[in-house]
Design a binder for this molecule. Sequence first.
Ligand SMILES: Cc1ncc(COP(=O)(O)O)c(C=O)c1O
Length: 385
Amino acid sequence: MPNYPHNINSKLPNVKTTIFTTVGRMAQKYNAINLSQGFPNFEPDQRLLDLVCKALNGGHNQYAPMAGLPKLREIIAEKITVLHNRVYNPESEITITVGASQAIFPAITAFVDKGDEVIVFKPAYDCYEPAIEVNGGIPIFIQLKGEGFKIDWEDFRVKITPKTKMVIINTPHNPSGTILSKKDMLELQKILKGTKILVISDEVYEHIVFDGQEHQSACRFDDLASRSFICASFGKTFHVTGWKVGYCAAPVELMHEFRKTHQFNVFCVDHPVQHALSEYLENPDHYLTLNHFYQEKRDFFINALKHSRFKILPSQGTYFQLLGYSNITDEADVDFAKRLIIEHKLASIPISVFNVENKDDRILRFCFAKTEETLAKATEILNLI
Ligand SMILES: Cc1ncc(COP(=O)(O)O)c(C=O)c1O
């Protein structure tokens, strides 16, 4: 640490180097195939890139409107109505954000006060906890149960107190690849009914659901929709994680407060990309074919591992596949993940780091948003272990 002239009292003393940084650095150092971080290693649709170039050359290079390009908000509202039968007013209930992360952060910041409790299901994506803590909130963790990473709704009911301000759900779920069923959503709705508890519904993998199942957006359920921020990411949907553009949809009273923090956080989001996305979204096939696209990748990956010693856990959505390895070794998952990089040149993410008290079930997460060539090389390695 540099020697600063002031005593620094960190607001986030528990934030350390993330597992993604650690594993990413090791993968580079050992020249490993990297299935750790969740991003595609292939290019997005050329048409989308051309639309961005068109917008760049078309004079859309100054600030966009604060809430986002009206045309983009309108087409998002239409998409939500068609898919989930929920009407959001694009003028007042949808905001374009810097990826889903910058939808989640202002929603937490606008509502969570010092001492407020926010329920988070673990394992969880890593941006929720610091956003709660930096605002003085207290994360209350609930461990998902069993191989299906199920929510124990009774446990959830017990964890609700007069201080509970918010609950964060994520479906399809990173890192487990599971989805919340309609029954789960109805249970959540029933428990929250009559309370003032808000919901952040992280739905960044909304268009990556497999085997004919449907994505159960929180906005499909009247009472849940009335208290929810739906957070989404074009990065995941259009293979452009580096663009960091997403959106948030919420009822007008919630969105009004949300925009107060959004406005003084980023004010607005990349203007030419918003133009491109608004045109690209005119063809629903661009997102409706994604389920199939990733299901093929998942199936390629798991079929190639049929005879391996790894246990293939069900992946119902997202672009992640969990593999259990307790048949192979009883090494801690962090150690095993490191050894895979050093000795076998393959990088993955150990799940324990996202669990309550780092519970270690000997499971690693592999990202299959990769070319067949990369997936084939990775499975060759895994089959030899
Ligand atoms: C569950 C989940 N939520 C949010 C995000 C962040 O999305 P974005 O890159 O659009 O900010 C990610 C990215 O990996 C994620 O997996």
